[in-house]
Design a protein around this ligand. Structure first.
Ligand code: PLP
Ligand code: ZN
Length: 416
């Protein structure tokens, strides 16, 4: 059963067949998937969901595939963690971490978007599945391509963290490191996709890929007992995730699964790559491209493909945005780990640091419910924390030495 109708231009509403198309030939607007919401309402009910597996395909009526899912049967439905200790540290009442740092199998939010793009790639007959990546996407594309037995090319900037490169290479794709930043990689990949007829998850399959990001929004509301939070804070790179969380919230209302006031959606970017925050502040309709310079490499995209939709969603929801310096990002990674035991990468540090600033400015009220989207895992980028943490204590093997260490430690003044 499929209620996916086809693609439509988000700007001029021209309709397109559900092929590997992503841009409107009339007005250059982005194409997005459309559904028969009346048909969705009939089958996607709370009762039906109660019996479905806890993966991203539980919302399949609102995902743009025609047949059965091909991969991602263990992806999505990540924990929504009630963060009591972090909440008390920040002086807020109701705080949750949407923890995609443990998304299966490659530990980032990209394991939501890639299964949808990969399933559609197979349906459309692609044999080669590719991406332009800042790291996490390459890990996910390589893993899902491996499961599906597809030929795979992952294009990345050469300067990525070793953990991210190995995380892709291990699954056996052709990893191509380009001498340039992500925006250079993306430009090349657009040409490669056209010339060779390969499926690029985030370029010619982008209309399908982006829809997978909605599942993060669906899950937040379901996990809160079909209730909208007041605020959601989301990191922005290419701008896929943030607008699709907004779309998910609206669709849940459209199909009768949730009601009430829609959440405010806030954007988080690194200070060294903040085209969206700049535009929010200046009032510009489109982000002005920037040259990235930040430790948050996974979100270092200076020219976001979906920047316009991010601005529209943030403004339309009454949200705001903040930028985090590299030092603030590292502090926030440490804070999240010390209070909640969740080790995130710099993208997650950016999101938490931005949340703290949004609280300080009063954009987010301390008594209101807040969801912070943690989208990537710190084990892939552990070297960024190398100089931030105390060295492990080194001791010999005797109890006497351990006791001497404890005595010395307890006589030290307690650090604040
Ligand atoms: C860990 C992480 N978080 C967030 C993002 C943001 O992605 P986008 O704005 O492109 O959806 C990315 C994307 O590359 C990422 O790797
Ligand atoms: Zn158009």
């Amino acid at each position: 059963m499929s209620v996916f109708i086809g693609l439509r231009c988000a700007m001029c509403k021209t309709e397109f067949p559900s092929e590997a198309l992503y841009v409107c030939d009339q007005c250059l607007g982005p194409l997005e998937a459309c559904y028969d919401y009346d048909a969705v309402r009939a089958t996607l009910t709370r009762d039906a969901l109660a019996d479905r597996p806890r993966n991203l395909w539980r919302y399949r009526e609102l995902l743009p595939v025609m047949g059965e899912p091909r991969t991602g049967l263990d992806s999505g439905f990540t924990p929504l963690v009630r963060a009591h200790r972090l909440a008390s540290e920040l002086g807020v009442e109701e705080l949750y971490i949407k923890d995609d740092s443990v998304n299966h199998p490659t530990l980032s939010y990209k394991d939501r978007v890639v299964p949808v793009a990969a399933t559609r790639a197979v349906e459309l007959g692609f044999k080669t599945f590719c991406c332009a990546s800042t790291g996490n996407l390459g890990n996910s594309v390589a893993a899902h391509a491996a499961r599906l037995g597809l030929t795979c090319y992952v294009f990345i900037p050469q300067s990525l963290e070793p953990g991210k490169i190995i995380g892709a290479t291990v699954s056996g794709p052709h990893v191509v490191g380009i001498d340039g930043n992500y925006d250079d990689v993306n430009r090349l990949c657009t040409q490669v996709g056209d010339r060779y007829g390969w499926g690029f998850a985030n370029i010619n399959l982008r209309s399908y890929y982006a829809e997978g990001a909605k599942t993060c929004g669906f899950e937040i509301v379901e996990q809160l007992g079909w209730r909208y939070p007041r605020h959601v804070v989301v990191p922005v790179a290419g701008g896929t995730l943030l607008p699709r969380i907004g779309r998910a919230f609206r669709e849940l209302r459209e199909v009768g699964l949730a009601s009430g006031e829609l959440p405010r959606i806030h954007a988080a970017q690194a200070a060294g790559c903040a085209p969206v925050i700049n535009a929010l502040e200046s009032g510009a309709e489109h982000p002005e491209p920037v040259r990235p310079d930040t430790i948050a490499k996974s979100i270092a995209i200076g020219n976001p493909a979906d920047g316009y939709q991010v601005l529209e969603t943030v403004r339309g929801s009454g949200g705001g945005g903040e930028r985090a310096t590299d030092a603030e990002i590292l502090d926030a990674i440490g804070l999240l780990a010390r209070t909640e035991g969740i080790f995130t990468e710099p993208a997650g540090g950016t999101t938490l640091a931005a949340t703290i600033k949004l609280l300080q400015s009063g954009t987010i009220g301390k008594g209101e419910s807040i969801v912070v989207c943690i989208t990537g895992n710190g084990y892939k980028t552990s070297s960024v924390m190398a100089n931030q943490l105390e060295e492990p204590t080194k001791l010999g093997r005797s109890l006497r030495e351990f006791e001497a260490f404890l005595a010395e430690r307890s006589s030290r003044p307690v650090s604040p």
